[in-house]
Ligand binder design. Structure first.
Ligand code: SOE
Length: 394
């Protein structure tokens, strides 16, 4: 590594995603040969004492309270945006226009207009060799990469139906506090954009298809909650004041897909934080003419594969343990059979992003991919407002 050029990174945000991205920047260069050595230069957050605590905990060299200063700093090469969605467009556009590569958490923005402006900035920047990527980290789970390979090899044939559920239960307790994720101004939407966006992106990534139209419904079950005291993970402690929940708690929608391996398919999607007992169950099932796959993030080292071309009487879902050197990313980790976890996807994300910067390729998912997801989210909201009317995503 010592002969590699350096890539000096500033990261905006220090909550859950800030911790996960820090892990990615720290670990990726220790397990993957990168064309540049990431330097964890500056972590940025508005609260001076908290960002300093995060700096020490996550291993950044400097702490800063104003993101504009890292964008003006010629020593910084990369801006990694982990702050709430309401800040993404302004920071990403300023960073790209200043010639910094940008990795931005999902969903890309809080509005379609914001995401469109980000795509325009990414196109301007691309002309100068500057890269922009959205942080749909689950694309980097090896079982998902392996599933995509099976789809691309035609092992599923024509995909006719998709099911994509993202189920969590951290809001079941109605006295759980408000966090920024429950505030439309900060987050854009609720379960729909925070976790439904992953389900949409994964289906599009796996199939190479686009959701062209949707029919959806949204629900908010608990409209008032205690305001947040101390933030802890996704939730935190409750204060004695109360606030109004302004986002959806659960989103359901059906979709029609076009293009790719699932052209003409229909899909069922669900995103909820009220699926009692389901902690982080992102479940994808693709049913095709030659085979099927099923994935559950709660068993993320496994992929279920059904080969409909196997001899009759021998068919059945096979549980493949995706820990072998033949599987995406796995050759760089542990000896055969040794599992990996949630945080590894963030190291893989950094590896792929740095490869695109140093190798000259176009990083995926692009801001244009993120904009399309944003259009789907907006179409689900319009559909729900119109009584589940079928609504196109463009
Ligand atoms: C980040 O990728 C993220 O979507 C979070 O924002 C969600 O809250 C988390 O549950 C899944 O990951």
């Amino acid at each position: 590594m010592s002969d590699s050029p350096q890539l000096r990174v500033a990261m905006v945000g220090y909550g859950f995603m800030g911790a996960a991205h820090s892990q990615g920047w720290r670990v990726a260069p220790r397990f993957f040969d990168l064309g540049a050595e990431p330097v964890m230069q500056t972590i940025v957050g508005r609260d001076g004492s908290r960002v300093e605590a995060a700096r020490q905990k996550f291993g950044w060299q400097h702490a800063e309270t104003d993101w504009r200063r890292v964008i003006d700093d010629p020593a910084i090469d990369v801006i990694d945006i982990c702050s709430p969605g309401s800040s993404h467009a302004e920071i990403a556009i300023a960073a790209l226009d200043a010639g910094k590569h940008v990795l931005c958490e999902k969903p890309l923005a809080n509005t379609v207009a914001g995401a469109e402006a980000m795509v325009a900035a990414a196109e301007r920047a691309a002309a100068r060799g500057v890269k922009a990527m959205v942080g749909f980290s689950y694309r980097r789970v090896p079982a998902i990469g392996f599933a995509r390979r099976l789809v691309q090899e035609g092992r599923l044939g024509a995909i006719r139906q998709v099911r994509a559920l993202y189920l969590q239960d951290w809001l079941v307790d109605e006295n759980g506090p408000m966090t920024w994720r429950l505030d439309k101004d900060a987050a854009g939407s609720g379960s729909l954009g925070d976790i439904g966006a992953h389900a949409i992106d994964l289906v599009e990534h796996l199939t190479g298809s686009r959701l062209q139209s949707v029919s959806g419904t949204l629900a908010t079950f608990v409209e008032e909650r205690p305001l947040l005291g101390e933030s802890v993970g996704l939730s935190g402690t409750a204060s004695d004041r109360r606030g109004t929940v302004t986002v959806d708690d659960a989103a359901w929608f059906t979709a029609r897909l076009e293009g790719g391996e699932a052209s003409g398919a229909i899909g069922a999607f669900e995103a909820t934080r009220y699926a009692t007992g389901r902690k982080n169950a992102l479940r994808i099932e693709l049913s095709g003419s030659r085979g099927a796959i099923a994935f559950d993030l709660e068993a993320m080292n496994e992929l279920q594969f059904y080969d409909a071309t196997a001899p009759a009487g021998e068919q059945g879902f096979t549980r493949i343990i995706v820990t072998e050197p033949e599987h995406p990313y796995m050759a760089n980790w542990w000896p055969t059979g040794h599992a990996i976890g949630y945080e590894h996807a963030f190291s893989h994300q950094i590896k792929d992003f740095v490869d695109a910067i140093t190798g000259g390729g176009d990083p995926e998912p692009s801001f244009a991919d993120g904009l399309h997801v944003q259009r789907v989210l907006a179409a689900v909201e319009r559909s729900a407002a119109a009584g589940s009317a079928w609504t196109t995503t463009d």
